[in-house]
Structures are given as structure tokens and as C-alpha cells.
Design a binder for this molecule. Structure first.
Ligand code: BV8
Length: 242
């Protein structure tokens, strides 16, 4: 049995729900330059462009639904602790709300989320579902200083202390649909592995940090993950190697 399971998801888990990944021929970064829409400098240079980039995404996820991979994680999070008295923590790099829609709870959105807004003046973050502009007013301090609640390159991801504590005590680390390119998330497997956790990655192909994992299950996550979760819930354990 495992006592503490940590899950990390990336854009690949949402790909089959119709949300484009970042790094592929049709990826998001093919249309926009990272420097223009995912850095504070880009936001300062052209706030209207950046507000609109995230407004489009915020509207587009309204119609997206979770796929079997999201649903498998929601089941794992609910049933494994009930059956084995363990903890299951879900960390996502994704800014969409498909884990919430799948029924997962207490999700750690380390790169922020589309359905939230951040006020640069008073520092408050709160749920937000409409379009934002440089003129949008903060509901708390009424300053026109709202920005997308997204962690851009060069900014500190959210809840890093909490995530590190979870990694240092985990005995099963699962990464799903992430290319292993962006740090600090790409370094999580090494931390888990250093404390002896079993590390399994789910992807279409080995990620940039694939060699840090004990093994990978390659194929569409909507197929590979439910199978793995069914066995994990039923037996309490997972293969140490494949
Ligand atoms: C920080 C928000 C420090 C925007 C994002 C040099 C070396 C090491 C690090 C750095 C360096 N230079 C700079 C850095 C740091 C930098 C970094 O890592 N850069 C990289 C590019 C080299 N990191 C940062 O800046 C981070 N902050 O380090 O702060 C600091 C310290 C003190 C004080 C202040 C600051 C902040 C990183 C967060 C940036 N924001 N997103 C937005 O979302 O629009 S990152 C962006 O990439 C997304 O958040 C995304 O989650 C993340 C990772 O991408 P993935 O999720 O992995 O998605 P990707 O498309 O890449 O891959 C999809 C995968 O799914 C593929 O592998 C594919 O095969 C697979 N897949 C596809 N379909 C399926 C599938 N798998 C299974 N089934 C399928 N069906």
C-alpha cells in the first residue's frame, strides 16, 4: 500500500478534452510568442493583448468537459484514501478547470487558473469568469489594476512550500501529460525519487525527464490512466517496473 500519493498534471491530460497543449505543431506557443503573452514584460508592453489572450482561453474552457483521465484521478482521490487511509494530493500546471469539473477537490494550481483574477494593487485573488481589460476594477479596492491570475515565466509558482513538503514524504509520484520542460515542476520527480518514491509517468512518449521515472506508460492518458487507477484502487499497489 502507499501512504502518500502525489500527482502532477500538465496540458497533455486536457488535450483529449480539446484544450490545446503548449508545445506541439498545433500547440499554443506556435500561435503566440511566450515572451509576449506569458511574461510580466509582455503584459506591461501590451496589457490589452495579454488580457485578450486569456479572455479567449477563459471563454473557450466554458464548453470543455473532463475526459476519462480527469475522472480517473477524481476517483483515485476519493476512493484510495477511503480504502487504504492514505493521502492523495493533486498538483496541476494547468490553468483550466477540468479537474474541478471531474470532481477533484483541493487542487493545487501551481501556475494559477483562468477562472481567477489577481489585483496588482491590493494583492487579492478571487473567482472571475468574465473578460478582463486594463480598465477592469478590483471588487475589493476598486483600483483598475487587475491581471490574469496566471504564473508567468520568471514568477514564483503558487504553493511551492506545500508542494515540496508533499514531495518529500510521498511514496508514489505520478506525472501525467507534461513535457518536463518547465521548472520547478519538471524537477518534482527527482525530489520524489530521492526519498524512494515509485515514480510513474503517463505520456504519449518519454518526456524530457522521462529517465527520472521508474517507468512510463505511453499512450493516450484517457486509456492508460484509468487502467492504472483501477488496478491501484483494487490492489492498493502498482508494478515496481514494466
Ligand atoms: C520560476 C502559464 C523562479 C502561462 C506557464 C533554464 C533552466 C531551467 C529553468 C529555467 C531556465 N530559464 C528559465 C527557467 C525557469 C522557467 C523555465 O522552466 N523555463 C523553461 C521553459 C526552460 N520557469 C519559470 O519561469 C517558473 N518560475 O522558475 O520562478 C523564481 C524564483 C524566485 C523568485 C521568483 C521566481 C514559472 C513557470 C510557469 C510559467 N507559466 N504557464 C499559461 O499557462 O498560459 S508554463 C506552461 O508550461 C504551462 O503552465 C504548462 O503547464 C507548462 C508546462 O507545459 P506542459 O503542461 O508540460 O505542456 P506541454 O505542451 O509542454 O506538454 C504536453 C505534454 O503532454 C507533452 O509531453 C505531450 O506528449 C503530452 N500529451 C499530449 N497529449 C497527450 C499527452 N499525454 C498523454 N495523453 C495525451 N492524450
Amino acid at each position: 500500500m502507499f501512504n502518500h500519493i502525489v500527482i502532477l498534471t500538465g496540458a497533455g491530460i486536457s488535450a483529449e478534452s480539446g484544450i490545446p497543449v503548449f508545445r506541439s505543431e498545433t500547440g499554443l506557443w506556435e500561435q503566440e510568442r511566450v515572451e509576449d503573452v506569458a511574461t510580466y514584460e509582455g503584459f506591461s508592453r501590451d496589457p490589452v493583448k495579454v488580457h485578450n489572450f486569456y479572455n479567449k482561453m477563459r471563454q473557450s474552457i466554458k464548453t470543455k468537459v473532463p475526459n476519462p483521465a480527469h475522472l480517473a484521478l477524481a476517483r483515485l482521490q476519493k476512493e484510495y484514501p477511503q480504502k487504504y487511509g492514505a493521502t492523495v494530493d493533486l498538483v496541476t500546471q494547468n490553468i483550466d478547470d477540468l479537474h474541478e469539473k471531474a470532481g477533484s477537490t483541493d487542487i493545487i494550481h501551481m501556475h494559477g487558473e483562468l477562472n481567477s483574477i489577481l489585483c496588482e494593487h491590493c494583492g487579492k485573488r478571487y473567482p472571475y469568469f468574465e473578460d478582463s481589460t486594463p480598465k477592469s476594477e478590483c471588487k475589493h479596492c476598486h483600483h483598475q489594476s487587475l491581471r490574469p491570475d496566471i504564473v508567468w515565466f520568471g514568477e514564483m509558482p503558487y504553493q511551492m512550500e506545500r508542494i515540496e513538503k508533499l514531495l518529500y514524504r510521498c511514496d508514489l509520484f505520478i506525472a501525467i501529460g507534461t513535457s518536463g520542460v518547465v521548472y520547478p515542476a519538471a524537477g518534482f520527480c527527482q525530489v520524489a525519487s530521492s526519498v524512494g518514491a515509485l515514480c510513474v509517468e503517463f505520456n504519449l512518449e518519454p518526456s524530457a525527464v522521462g529517465s527520472s521515472f521508474n517507468y512510463g506508460l505511453y499512450g493516450k492518458a484517457s486509456v492508460t490512466l484509468p487502467q492504472f487507477v483501477d488496478e491501484l484502487i483494487e490492489k492498493g499497489t502498482a508494478k515496481q517496473s514494466v
